[in-house]
Ligand binder design. Structure first.
Ligand SMILES: Cc1cc2nc3c(=O)[nH]c(=O)nc-3n(C[C@H](O)[C@H](O)[C@H](O)COP(=O)(O)OP(=O)(O)OC[C@H]3O[C@@H](n4cnc5c(N)ncnc54)[C@H](O)[C@@H]3O)c2cc1C
Length: 299
């Protein structure tokens, strides 16, 4: 490829994503890591074309890839390869700093943060220290209800369905999870040769009760009620149990996709009921139907 469009950290704030055109493989390492925030990735498309780049790679979250596919034909590229990551939710970088200051007393020293499929948040620090916090111990009830915007809370493309290849953690059990979606995705994967080793996705645990419990909580919170939380003395036990008996691998991925499906319906119904009809696709109703959410008149 001539160039890759992706995000690098802002030199003044490492958690702020800044779009970048990368033309040297050696520069890709600067882009590593998840940074919460919005940044206009596709604004780089015209400068990239003006610089003569005709074979492009784009790495993006689903909302960026969605826009890219809508505009793709207008760009007249020779080749376009799209690497997508799944995305459950995004927020402003300012909000993300608030979150960091709630989870650690040294927020300015966090160099890496990732939510993992084993129900832990992992943080790495500048001094090499690492910390893992079970999801159940995260101070989520302290976050304002609009921490994640309605656009994310009603997004139905968690797995980046329009990418050529999706790379995420959610269907993995420690390793990354790959969905190769078409021939271009296969072409990309084959370029890695034996630098990559793959294995069949595992699947353990049962998701139904978890998704149903999540739906109950989403209904409460969208109606303005506080999230129902478990007593403090039970938390460490459940936090210990979840990675052992909760849904894992493909079952975890399915659980998260279904959680997003039910969440989108509940939030849209509450905030913008008139939009449900156009914004909730058929397959999402199918997923949500298993949890008692059915189309109402006018939806
Ligand atoms: C806001 C957000 C939410 C996510 N939610 C999930 C999730 O729920 N489940 C899941 O499996 N994976 C999720 N991911 C993807 C996950 O964080 C990893 O990027 C993915 O597992 C690939 O890991 P990696 O080590 O190969 O990526 P890396 O080598 O670290 O590459 C990550 C790529 O993502 C780009 N990137 C970072 N921040 C942004 C941003 N704000 N906007 C656009 N691009 C960005 C980087 O520039 C880089 O190219 C999310 C990513 C983001 C940005």
């Amino acid at each position: 490829m001539d160039a890759i469009l992706t995000m690098k950290p802002d030199p003044e704030d490492r958690w702020r994503p800044v779009p970048m055109i990368i033309t040297r493989a050696a520069d890709m390492h600067q882009c590593r890591g998840m940074r919460m925030g919005y940044a206009p990735l596709l604004a780089l498309m015209e400068p990239a074309l003006a610089a003569g780049h005709k074979r492009l790679g784009v790495i993006g979250i689903p909302c960026q890839v969605y826009a890219l596919r809508a505009l793709e034909r207008e760009y007249g590229l020779e080749r376009l390869f799209v690497i997508g990551t799944p995305c459950s939710d995004n927020t402003t970088t300012e909000n993300f700093h608030t979150f960091l200051s709630l989870v650690t007393s040294k927020p300015d020293q966090v160099s890496y943060l990732e939510f993992r499929a084993d129900y832990h948040l992992e943080m790495r620090f500048d001094d090499g220290r690492t910390q893992e916090i079970p999801f159940l111990k995260l101070p989520l009830s302290k976050l304002p209800p609009d921490f994640f915007p309605l656009t994310c809370r009603s997004c139905v493309d968690y797995t980046n369905a329009l990418s050529d290849v999706t790379v995420g953690y959610m269907g993995g059990e420690g390793e990354q999870w790959l969905i190769v979606r078409n021939e271009r995705g296969e072409e990309l994967l084959s370029l890695l040769g034996d630098e990559i080793s793959t294995s069949v996705v595992g699947s353990r645990g049962k998701r139904k009760a978890h998704v149903a419990g999540f739906l109950k909580n989403v209904k409460r919170s969208s109606g303005g009620l506080p999230l129902r939380s478990m007593p403090d003395f039970v938390r460490p036990i459940v936090a210990w149990l979840m990675p052992r008996i909760g849904p894992r691998g493909q079952e975890f991925a399915r659980a998260r996709v279904e959680m997003k499906a039910v969440e989108s319906i509940v939030h849209l119904r509450h905030a913008l009921p008139g939009k449900v009809k156009n914004m909730i696709p058929k397959h999402v109703w199918k997923l949500a139907g298993d949890y008692g959410l059915k189309r109402r008149e006018g939806e």
